[in-house]
Ligand binder design. Structure first.
Ligand SMILES: [Fe+2]
Length: 377
């Protein structure tokens, strides 16, 4: 079965957003709700989730358990990805990035001067990191980067999403954004979602969150300085991958990172979505004809509970990798070094034979990392 997505181009420049809060919100986590902003032909969706599920049990000593319904929804597993925390995407101008992400509903981490890489809090727990040549000489000639897929941002209500859309339209009308890619698509009333092309060509899907996104905070905790954020967070990422690799990739995340994976209704013939318990976030693999699977220098930061186990399994497969760009932050090649930095990296996703499926730089952190957003929760 071929699940035909609507291209962003067909949605752009159409009717204004008209959310009406009476329609039941329906998020992309729900069965049969395809990612509308993707551009592929053949869809194979697998999601590696895990996400927040282990935040309570099995944590390092000293972490306080959270209480109430959030605990019960997050305690489903000890393994897997605790949090997809940030995307790191180069931009050409910090000023443009600040304005765009704030219009989106994020708030700048004001503890960091703008001479350093911009961190925009997207909800209580997730972030966008947008280095520019203005503050990082290493990328002086690199140019902006695009996430190879779709970035899903959740909002608390149709009104909050509508407000974001209005802010983005205001930016769109400003001269300094005229030469950027910033474009808004057509509001999808039935799905409660809106496609947005960011100023540097990143594809965003803004949507009204299902109630289960309570797990993204702030009830379960929040990063200091994120209180002004007007969105709930980055709740899903769709990554375009080569045909035939989605299911194998899901198995990689299951075996190496301990993620829960599952099929999702709506696709057949190998097209499916895997998701894990909690369902607060998803990493989806969307198979696209002709996709090379090569990284473009972007990275995704994740927190894992079984930090040592993940490191060892990746080391055994020869996948631990040091990014020369970030050796001032971490350069882990041994477990001792990984524990020292509370961080290591890998970028090759492989099948069971060790053959590379595609690339995606993962910045893997433990909950001992200084930036763990729930350290004080
Ligand atoms: Fe990072």
């Amino acid at each position: 079965m071929w699940c035909q997505p609507r291209s962003l181009a067909t949605a752009v420049g159409a009717a204004p957003v008209r959310p009406r809060g009476t329609v039941r919100p329906r998020g992309p986590h729900e069965s049969g709700a395809p990612d509308r902003a993707g551009g592929g032909r053949r869809w194979c969706h697998y999601a590696a989730a895990g996400v927040l599920a282990g935040l309570v049990r099995g944590q390092r000593p000293g972490h306080r358990a959270r209480t109430g319904a959030v605990v019960s929804s997050m305690a489903a597993q000890d393994m897997g990805i605790l949090l997809i925390e940030h995307l790191n995407l180069n931009v050409s101008s910090t000023e443009i990035a600040v304005e765009f992400y704030e219009a989106l509903g994020c708030c700048r981490d004001e503890r960091r001067p703008l001479t350093k890489t911009l961190h925009s809090n997207c909800g209580a727990l997730t972030q966008f990191h947008t280095p520019s040549p203005e503050n990082e000489a290493y990328i002086a000639d690199a140019g902006p980067q695009r996430w190879r897929g779709t970035i899903h941002v959740a909002y608390d209500s149709p009104a909050m999403l509508e407000a974001a859309a209005q802010r983005l339209r205001t930016l769109q009308a400003e001269e300094r954004f005229a030469s950027t890619d910033l474009t808004l698509g057509e509001w999808q009333e039935d799905l409660q979602e809106l496609s947005v092309l960011g100023p540097y060509g990143n594809r965003f899907l803004l949507h009204v969150a299902p109630a289960k996104l309570d797990a993204l905070g702030p009830r379960c905790g929040a990063r200091p300085g994120s209180e002004k954020s007007r969105c709930l967070g980055m709740d899903a990422l769709t990554l375009e991958v080569p045909v035939g690799t989605a299911k194998k990739a899901a198995l990689f995340y299951k075996e190496v990172l301990g993620c829960a994976v599952r099929d999702v209704d709506g696709c057949a013939d190998g097209c499916a979505v895997l998701a894990g318990p909690g369902l607060a976030q998803e990493l989806r693999f969307q198979e696209v004809e002709g996709c090379s699977g090569k990284e473009v220098g972007e990275h995704m930061a994740i927190y894992v509970n079984d930090f040592e186990g993940c490191f060892q399994r990746l080391l055994e497969r020869g996948l631990v990798w040091v990014n020369p760009r970030f050796v001032h932050l971490d350069k882990s090649t041994t477990l001792e070094e990984a524990l020292h930095y509370s961080c290591f990296r890998f970028k090759d996703v492989v099948d069971e034979t060790g053959s590379k499926l595609f690339e995606l730089e993962h910045e893997v952190r433990s909950t001992s990392h200084k930036s763990w957003p729930l350290a004080g929760a």
